[in-house]
Design a protein around this ligand. Structure first.
Ligand SMILES: *Cc1c(COP(=O)(O)O)cnc(C)c1O
Length: 218
């Protein structure tokens, strides 16, 4: 299926409350332009330098989501334009995003990445740390950051029950703080598991290969 056909199919099939982030990492500008021409306006990248180059070349009404792990010293390069940072997993990063947002006279929206996978994944905050973050009013110290929700990645496995259980854990945590912390985004689900994620309350899926085809990693 072509890129534009995939975009059209997702637009037709997704429930209204679920937003599609087209994950375009490693893909050429021409592929992003094709998705754009099919109506896609939200793109996800996992490297700040690559995202910034694409931002410079493509139409300015695109919303750029940083979905990958963020190095603190690179926040400044995306601070002028990034629309949502999905994988905030430490206070030090919140602090730097707050500082760079202030330097750019804006508020930057972020999600807290929660470690939900059983496999030993490197990134994401432990559930207890996320609870403490919301209950201790930690976020008050970062007025130029707005936490809009949670993000998680399930274990890479064919076991749909396990994937479902991991997403369930994430969505319980989201529901627990949704009203008090005014959250509205639950980012979970990728090409292989977005249907399971949506069944467990996802409001934002991050889809790469199902739109753009397999990636050639260098
Ligand atoms: C690459 C990536 C995706 C998309 O993966 P696909 O399996 O190609 O859909 C989603 N989320 C994150 C954090 C990624 O790095």
């Amino acid at each position: 299926m072509s890129i534009s056909d995939s975009i059209t199919r997702f637009k037709n099939d997704l429930p209204d409350h679920v937003e599609l982030v087209a994950v375009s990492k490693t893909k050429p500008i021409s592929d992003l332009q094709e998705a754009y021409d099919a109506g896609q306006r939200v793109f996800g990248e996992n490297k700040i330098q690559e995202m910034t180059q694409k931002w410079e070349q493509l139409p300015k009404d695109i919303k750029w989501h940083m979905i990958g792990h963020v190095q603190t010293n690179k926040v400044k390069y995306m601070a002028p334009y990034v629309s949502l940072v999905h994988a905030v997993d430490r206070i030090k990063l919140l602090k730097e995003i707050d500082k760079q947002a202030r330097n750019n006279d804006r508020i930057i929206e972020v999600l807290i990445q929660v470690k939900i996978a059983e496999e030993d994944s490197k990134f994401g905050m432990e559930e207890a740390a996320v609870i403490a973050l919301f209950e201790n009013n930690t976020l008050d110290a970062f007025p130029n950051v707005r936490v809009k929700g949670l993000m998680g990645m399930a274990t890479f496995t064919d076991d749909k029950v396990q994937i479902g259980n991991e997403f369930k854990k994430l969505s319980y945590l989201y529901e627990r703080f949704r009203e008090s912390a005014m959250l509205s985004i639950l980012s979970c689900g990728m090409s292989g598991d977005y249907d399971i994620a949506i069944a467990h309350g996802s409001t934002m899926i991050r889809v790469g290969s199902a739109i753009f085809g397999a990636r050639n990693y260098k």
